[in-house]
Write a protein that binds this ligand. Sequence first.
Ligand code: NAG
Ligand code: NAG
Ligand code: NAG
Ligand code: NAG
Length: 466
Amino acid sequence: MVMKIITFSFLICLFSKLQGHCKSDINLGFTLPLSAPIEYTPGFIGKAYIMETETSSRREPSFKAALTMESSEYKGRYLCSIQVFFGDVRVWSSGHYTKMYVSNKCIFELTEDGDMRLKRSNKRVGWRSGTSGQGIERLEIQSTGNLVLLDAMNMIKWQSFNFPTDVMLSGQRLDVAMQLTSFPKDSTMFYSFEVLRDKIALFLNLDELKYSYWEYKPIENKTVNFLRLGPKGLDIFDDNSHRIGRIEQPLTRFLAIGNITGNLGLYSYKPDKGKFEATFRAVSNTCDLPVACKPYGICTSSKSCSCIKVMSNGDCNSNEEEWLSMKRLCDHEMVELEGVTTVLRNGTEARNVSKERCEELCKKDCECRGASYSVSEESCVMYGVVMGVKEIERESGLSYMVKIPKGVRLSDEKSNVRKWVVGLVGGIDALVILLLLSGFGFYYIRKRRKSLSQPQPQLQEEPIAE
Ligand SMILES: *[C@@H]1O[C@H](CO)[C@@H](O)[C@H](O)[C@H]1NC(C)=O
Ligand SMILES: *[C@@H]1O[C@H](CO)[C@@H](O)[C@H](O)[C@H]1NC(C)=O
Ligand SMILES: *[C@@H]1O[C@H](CO)[C@@H](O)[C@H](O)[C@H]1NC(C)=O
Ligand SMILES: *[C@@H]1O[C@H](CO)[C@@H](O)[C@H](O)[C@H]1NC(C)=O
């Protein structure tokens, strides 16, 4: 079901000398109320543009600041925020961390003592810049897209660049320990792009669990201090402001971490198409994204999702939250999946262990849900989620084990061979992405056999009915 989106845009701004152009600043004492329809309207988006930058080139869109009201997941409540747009792309929002809900009215105010506020109709403040009494003279949207509060000396007292959202603009700086975050809708899960001392990396965050799925390290173990998006691409600097790394992509206007995919993209403007497009993506293969398939799904080489039938109904399409809820799995056993691995990286590692020991370690740890094992490195990495699982070559020397409830039986159980059949899950329903099912992916998993005296059973391939 597609929800109808109703957008109301207002250009409530103080016009400058140039006809039809908003001014790029606002003085103290400015207030602007915005109202939603009396009857609650799902899909409603109301925007009142209050400021706009003067574009230097006609070929690129300008930055605009707007007071916005959007219908929310709570019926009868709207989200109220100040947002910055670059063309159609939202590049900053006061609601990224502080969500302010209102019933039908939202008021923007730049107070006489220099505080920028959002208020509800009952005058209660829901968000503020916290800059009262700091000598603020005006609010300005700068040519970089930075929303700033300036004093009489034109000193910046508050800036949106200090509160990164899911987008980093050209000219913006991201210091070590800062991050961009992206919040997929209706989920406790989020992605982050983080600047660490030794690398920059993408992370999947779930409750207290955190796993990386992409990273970039600067040359020769140099220490990272900050990042900046410059004219040649994303530059990485050390403590002496020397450039120690670069993801080259000229003309990048902003970098964004995808809401749904968790991919990191560098975007530039395509005047012929009139929109921004990603010219670089950190993860180029869909199967290397942690959410290419739902939890317990396997991203196959044909780019479809197969489902590991571990739960009673064996359905990857069942409620996502259920999969992600951190139930303790204590009385479970392990199955080994052939020819698969996970794209997640930094689970809890045990070095110098055998595969059997790895299996034991995960089995004993009630928080462990899956583990990957590398034969060559004798290393066992344990994970609290079964996500980012993808098909790889069978002779890779890697194996992946998943915890399953004891005594779960397979439809096709024969003599001493316990075989797990993994069904196919439609690409459209599977969370996200996968372009489509071309052909079928079959998966065969078998219980790791304890006794070496038994001969290795042949794996039979059988097609699975839809
Ligand atoms: C980088 O670090 C690794 C491991 O910490 C070390 O083996 C290597 O010698 C270091 N390289 C340089 C150039 O410092
Ligand atoms: C993220 O999702 C929001 C709506 O949920 C949308 O307005 C925004 O443009 C998205 N951001 C990106 C970078 O796709
Ligand atoms: C993975 O690395 C991040 C950043 O270093 C860390 O915060 C997180 O706890 C690590 N995850 C695990 C499971 O160790
Ligand atoms: C691994 O185990 C072997 C023998 O048990 C030992 O000699 C070796 O030092 C261990 N390696 C590491 C990295 O712990």
